[in-house]
Design a protein around this ligand. Structure first.
Ligand SMILES: *Cc1c(COP(=O)(O)O)cnc(C)c1O
Length: 360
């Protein structure tokens, strides 16, 4: 088979290692692995199989379609729908597939109660402890508890809340969210879940019955200014392409669209077969690094749809055909994301279907 143009190589042993790190941070907690958005661009089915083999307790996905993909692939592990169901059809399908429905709003409560009055349903309740995205007010927990008692066909899986600023170790808001959730839950039975990756890394009080890591399973750090290896996480993904041309460009000539880069001297310029249509953010500026022969070389000029151009002055032996790493071990996605003014989350999710996946 010919070598594909752009590859995302996913190391499933790194994913399993990272699950082990989650367990070391939160040894008393069950683990609900967030594999929404196609496992953050890593491929939901292979990642789910690897994590299921390693004994993960449950998966979290954003929507029914994502859960259907997993069940169709034969994955029998528990799956929670983080945004719940959006319609009667979805509710029926969720029940049929034995999915766990997060109920975050009154309209969902009513939908499920009226449409599926007798169907056995596994439900989680989502409470809003201050982020003001999804969830019932904390003060409604007793009413939800009462609603539950009136529905013998509903099996409560637990109570969820979500932290807005867990990646800030000094966040007063996070302390307040955790304290408010704990207080609201004091007399309410059922399992609790507070922490995403940052929450379970930085906030010991948030390591309760369940933790819900996503990003750290893929080997990236959610904590600003750090990379996964600082936390003994292993990057699971390597995105790579190849040099498809190397030119000698004269001093004073420009490179790429908009002629934004002017060669300060006669220099070797490499062209790499990867662009924003593969998921390399166009906003990456001149100076952002790629890796060739384990050495960082800077991108120069604009990122275009199918290509980027790089400065090869520091790497005279670089030649057509050489591998070019966009991110992976040796060039953390966190660092590339900072150059793009975003987070590694968005780099991972932004890979397109032109990228070929390989699993090792
Ligand atoms: C995505 C998500 C997570 C996982 O977050 P990470 O920051 O990737 O660890 C946890 N909980 C909820 C509700 C989520 O939506």
């Amino acid at each position: 088979m010919p070598l594909p143009r752009v590859t995302a190589t996913v190391d499933l042993s790194a994913v399993r290692h990272n699950l082990q790190r989650v367990r070391e941070f939160a040894p008393q907690s069950k683990v609900m692995a967030a594999i929404k958005a196609d496992a953050y661009g890593h491929g939901a089915v292979p990642v789910a199989r690897a994590l299921a083999e390693a004994g993960v307790d449950a998966f979290a996905v954003a929507c029914l379609e994502e859960a259907v993909t997993l069940r169709d692939a034969g994955i029998a592990t528990r799956i929670a729908l983080l945004e719940g169901v959006l319609s009667a059809e979805e509710a029926e399908e969720a029940a049929r597939l034995d999915l766990e429905i997060v109920i975050h709003d009154r309209w969902q409560l009513e939908l499920l109660a009226s449409l599926l009055p007798t169907t056995a349903l596994r439900v989680w309740f989502k409470l809003d402890s201050g982020m003001h995205r999804l969830g019932f007010p904390l003060a409604e927990a007793p009413a939800l508890q009462a609603a539950l008692l009136a529905r013998p066909n509903w099996r409560l899986q637990g109570w969820i809340t979500h932290l807005a600023c867990a990646d800030d170790r000094d966040s007063a808001m996070t302390s307040a969210q955790i304290a408010a959730f704990d207080a609201a839950m004091a007399d309410i039975p059922g399992a609790r879940s507070i922490a995403n990756s940052a929450g379970l890394i930085a906030w010991p009080q948030a390591r309760v019955d369940w933790v819900r890591p996503g990003l750290m399973l893929y080997g990236a750090s959610p904590m600003p200014g750090t990379v996964g290896s600082d936390l003994d996480l292993k990057p699971a993904m390597t995105v790579a392409s190849r040099l498809i041309a190397v030119h000698e460009v004269p001093a004073g000539d420009s490179v790429g669209y908009g002629a934004t880069f002017i060669c300060p001297e006669a220099m070797r310029v490499g062209v790499v077969a990867v662009g924003y249509a593969d998921g390399v953010h166009r906003i990456l500026p001149t100076g952002a690094p790629v890796l060739i022969h384990e050495q960082r070389v800077p991108i120069i000029g604009r990122v275009s749809m199918d290509m980027i151009t790089v400065d090869l002055r520091s790497l005279p032996r670089a030649a057509v055909g050489d591998a070019v790493t966009l991110w992976g071990p040796g060039l953390p996605a966190e660092e590339v994301a900072t150059w793009a003014g975003t987070l590694s989350y968005e780099l991972f999710c932004g890979l397109t279907n032109r990228v070929h996946y390989r699993y090792v």
